[in-house]
Design a protein around this ligand. Structure first.
Ligand code: ADP
Length: 163
C-alpha cells in the first residue's frame, strides 16, 4: 500500500479540506497531510500556525492518531522521489480547479515518472469554500463558523479581523 499524501497550503485549513481528509481516510485507512512551505509564496499564516490549526482540527475529529501532519519546503516531486511509493490526493471543486490541477499534474509527471495522483471531488456543501473566502469573511468580522473547524475560529479571527 503506497503512502497517501494530501498536499496543500491550508492557509488556513477549512471544512472543505477536512472533508477531503476524512474521505481519504475512509478510502485508504491512513493519510499524511503535507503543508507546503514554499519560500517564494506569501502565506497569511506561518507554517507553524497552519500545522497547529490542522492538528487541532484533527483532534476535534478524533483523527489525530490516523492522520500524520508534516511541513515540506521543497517541490512535491522531490518529496515523492525521497519517499518513493506515494500517491497524491487533491480535491476538486469546479472545472476551474480541474484546469489548474491537471496542468500541475502534467508538469509533475514530466519531472517525475512515478508521480501518481487521485482527485477527490468536493462535497456539495463545500463546493464554494476556499481559504481565501474564509480570510475575506474574517477580515470584516463575519461569521466563519460554517467554514473552518470550531477549534481554530478564534485564532483565525484574532489574526485577521481589522475592525
Ligand atoms: P494549494 O495552494 O496547494 O492549492 P489549498 O490549501 O488551497 O492549496 O488546497 C489544497 C487542496 O485542497 C487542493 O487540491 C484544493 O483543490 C483542495 N480544496 C480546497 N478547498 C476545497 C474544498 N472546499 N473542497 C474540496 N477540496 C478543496
Amino acid at each position: 500500500m503506497p503512502t497517501v499524501v494530501y498536499p496543500g497550503s491550508f492557509d488556513p485549513v477549512t471544512l472543505g479540506h477536512l472533508d477531503i481528509m476524512k474521505r481519504a481516510v475512509k478510502i485508504f485507512g491512513t493519510l499524511v497531510v503535507l503543508i507546503a512551505n514554499n519560500p517564494s509564496k506569501k502565506y497569511t499564516f506561518s507554517a507553524e500556525e497552519r500545522e497547529k490549526f490542522i492538528i487541532k482540527a484533527l483532534e476535534e475529529e478524533g483523527m489525530s492518531n490516523i492522520v500524520k501532519v508534516e511541513v515540506f519546503n521543497g517541490l512535491l516531486v522531490d518529496y515523492v522521489r525521497k519517499f518513493g511509493d506515494v500517491v497524491i490526493i487533491r480535491g476538486l471543486r469546479a472545472v476551474t480547479d480541474f484546469e489548474y490541477e491537471f496542468q500541475m499534474l502534467l508538469a509533475n509527471r514530466t519531472l517525475c515518472k512515478e508521480f501518481e495522483l487521485i482527485f477527490l471531488p468536493a462535497s456539495n456543501r463545500y463546493l464554494y469554500l476556499s481559504s481565501s473566502i474564509v480570510k475575506e469573511i474574517a477580515r470584516f468580522g463575519g461569521d466563519i463558523s460554517r467554514c473552518v473547524p470550531a477549534s481554530i475560529i478564534d485564532f483565525v479571527m484574532e489574526k485577521l479581523r481589522i475592525n
